[in-house]
Design a binder for this molecule. Structure first.
Ligand code: 13P
Length: 241
């Protein structure tokens, strides 16, 4: 079985001391190029120092300028940060990020050789009304409007209602959505293989069955990763050393 990608989104968790302790606990236990950490911007340097692959949880839609409080792909790239989550549902919902902003962020990331991890997914209500495909298609279409190459692109399908709990989609439904997303993406970039990740309530107990999904290239982990033991268990089965 091929190694899956494990992307770890710490969101706004941990203090500097807690990150230090976390890093100490995982030191020497993860050696894989397929694991990428998305810590709070403040602590990126700590992961880089230990030679982990690092991504930002968000970037701004411009490279430089008078944008107080923002961080750009240009800056990230200059530090060796290779990835950025773009359009995470928490950004869309809590910070009112629109597909038009997301489209700009994707361009600016790829222009700086930062791989954009475009997050898409439907709400519970949209799924109940069988609108998940329509919703996700629109998110992808509008986000990829200006992009010229698929070289620095990864898709992450995260049903919003499956985030942060114990309720995940069933395997069949995940596979169906990932296949659907692949079909859309192939129309844009027929000659590039774009990895598709799944995220939402992945933990050490359901990772084994999720690994059986051939169409899924990896996983985006939130809550479970806050406990280093749980993350190590997930990595142990998904990307053995
Ligand atoms: P959970 O793993 O907590 O459901 O979070 C998923 C997520 O939002 C990763 O970006």
């Amino acid at each position: 079985m091929e190694n899956k990608k494990i992307f770890v989104n710490f969101k706004m968790h941990f203090s500097e001391d807690e990150v230090s302790c976390y890093l100490q606990n995982i030191r020497g236990k993860i050696k894989c190029k397929d694991v990428v950490f998305f810590p709070s911007n403040l602590y990126s340097y700590m992961f880089l120092k230990e030679h982990y692959k690092v991504g930002l949880q968000n970037i701004y839609k411009e490279n430089v300028g008078a944008y107080t409080g923002e961080v750009s792909a240009y800056q990230a790239s200059s530090m060796g940060i290779e990835y950025a989550l773009i359009g995470h549902s928490e950004r869309r919902n809590l910070f009112h990020e629109k597909n038009s902003d997301i489209a700009k962020k994707i361009c600016v990331a790829t222009e700086n050789d930062v791989t954009a991890v475009l997050c898409v997914g439907e709400t519970k209500k949209e799924r109940l009304f069988h609108r998940e495909k329509k919703v996700v298609k629109k998110q992808i279409k509008e986000a990829l409007k200006n992009i010229k190459t698929g070289e620095y692109l990864i898709l992450a399908y995260e049903p919003i209602w499956a985030i942060g709990g114990m309720e995940s989609l069933c395997l069949k439904e995940i596979e169906a959505m990932v296949l659907y997303i692949r079909k859309i993406i192939q129309k844009y970039f027929p000659n590039v293989v774009i990895p598709i990740l799944y995220g939402g309530s992945i933990h050490e107990e359901n990772i084994k069955e999720l690994l059986t999904l051939k169409e899924v290239d990896g996983f985006l982990i939130g809550s479970a990763s806050l406990d280093f033991k749980k993350l190590l268990k997930i990595i142990e089965v998904a990307v053995p050393m």
